[in-house]
Ligand binder design. Structure first.
Ligand SMILES: [Zn+2]
Length: 319
C-alpha cells in the first residue's frame, strides 16, 4: 500500500477512539467456517455492523436522514485523504477487515457504476492488493444516495483466497485473448462473472458490454442489480461481478424463527458473511447460508441467454 495511505490509516487509529476501539474489537469476532462442495464460506459474528446490515435504504428513509458521507456531516474526529480530484478516502469506523476504507465522491450524487468504472479501476491500482468493491444501490449500499466504493484486505474473503481453484473447477471461458479474459463461474455457493485484463481500456470496454447485456434484460428501470469486486496485482486487474435479483433473502423479512438479519453485499458474495446478531450466528448452518446466497443471485437460465449474446459481441470485436 502507498505510504501516504498507510500513514493516513495509522493516524486515524491514533486520533479517533471509535475507530481504534472497533478495529481492536475485530480481533474478537467469532467465525464459523463452512465448506460447501469444497468452497470455504465464513459466517462472522460482527455486532458493530448492525447499522449497515439493517439500514433502511428506501427513498423516504434516505431523504429523512443526514447523509453520513457528505463532508460537512463527518464526525469531528474523522479525517479524509484526497483521491484525485473527485473522491476522498475515509477510514471505515465499522470494519470488516483489519484495514477498511470507504472511497467517497466529493459531490453528493447517487450510487451508480455508470461513468465511474474508470475511477473504480484506478482505485484498485491505488490500493494495490486490496479488494475494492462496489455495492449497487439495491444490493447492500447503505448510502444509495451518495456515490462510494469500499476496500478491505483481500485475505479476509475466502472466495478470493480460493479463486484459482474455483475458476478452474467452475469457470467457463466466454472470451479470452492475451490481455483480456471473461469467464462465467457457476459455483455451488453463487455465480458470477470474472474478467481479467492488463489493458484498462479493454477491461473497461468488456465491463460495459457485460453491463449492457445485463441491463437489456433487467426488469429494473435503474442499473442492473449487482456487486462488483476489483483487485489489481502485478499489473493485472481481476473483476468479479455478481448479478443479483434480490436485495435481501426472504429470511430477512420473516417474523418467525426462520428470520435472519442477513443482508448480502460484496463481502458476503465473496464468502465473508456478516451476522450482527448473536442468535443468528449461533443458528446459522451451511444449508441456510447456501440457500440465502443462492436466492439473491440472478437466475442462471437468464444468464445462459446473456452469455450467448455476450460471446457473439466480444468475438465480433476481433473480426
Ligand atoms: Zn452525501
Amino acid at each position: 500500500m502507498k505510504k501516504r495511505i498507510q500513514s493516513f490509516f495509522n493516524s486515524q487509529l491514533d486520533s479517533w477512539s471509535l475507530a481504534k476501539n472497533n478495529y481492536s474489537a475485530l480481533k474478537a469476532v467469532k467465525t464459523k467456517k463452512f465448506k460447501i462442495d469444497g468452497i470455504d464460506v465464513y459466517a462472522c459474528h460482527n455486532p458493530a455492523r448492525i447499522s449497515s446490515s439493517s439500514a433502511s435504504v428506501d427513498k423516504d428513509s434516505v431523504e429523512r436522514r443526514k447523509c453520513f458521507l457528505c463532508k460537512e456531516n463527518l464526525p469531528p474526529d474523522q479525517q479524509y485523504l484526497t483521491m484525485g480530484n473527485l473522491f476522498f478516502l475515509l477510514v471505515n469506523p465499522f470494519p470488516l477487515s483489519p484495514i477498511h476504507f470507504t472511497i467517497v465522491s466529493k459531490n453528493h450524487k447517487k450510487q451508480t457504476i455508470t461513468d465511474s468504472m474508470d475511477k473504480f479501476i484506478r482505485f484498485a491500482a491505488d490500493l494495490e492488493g486490496m479488494a475494492v468493491f462496489y455495492n449497487g444501490p439495491d444490493c447492500g449500499a447503505s448510502a444509495p444516495d451518495h456515490l462510494h466504493f469500499q476496500a478491505i484486505s483481500k485475505d479476509m474473503a475466502p472466495l478470493l483466497k480460493q479463486q484459482r481453484m474455483i475458476l478452474k473447477r467452475f469457470g467457463t471461458t466466454i472470451y479470452g485473448n492475451n490481455n483480456l479474459q471473461l469467464q462465467f463461474v457457476d459455483s455451488p455457493v453463487n455465480w458470477f462473472y470474472f474478467i481479467r485484463f492488463n489493458d484498462t481500456h479493454k477491461g473497461e470496454k468488456a465491463f460495459y458490454i457485460l453491463y449492457n447485456h445485463l441491463s437489456s434484460t433487467a426488469k429494473h428501470t435503474k442499473e442492473p442489480m449487482l456487486n462488483i469486486i476489483c483487485i489489481m496485482e502485478n499489473n493485472y486487474w481481476d473483476i468479479l461481478l455478481f448479478p443479483r435479483k434480490k436485495h435481501r433473502p426472504p429470511q430477512y423479512y420473516f417474523k418467525d424463527e426462520r428470520h435472519y438479519l442477513f443482508s448480502p453485499a460484496s463481502a458476503e458474495m465473496a464468502g465473508l458473511c456478516i451476522f450482527p446478531l448473536d442468535k443468528d450466528f449461533e443458528k446459522i448452518n451451511k444449508f441456510d447460508l447456501r440457500n440465502m446466497l443462492n436466492i439473491v443471485c440472478t437466475e442462471k437460465e437468464r444468464l445462459d441467454e446473456i452469455n450467448n449474446g455476450l460471446r457473439e459481441e466480444l468475438y465480433g470485436l476481433d473480426a
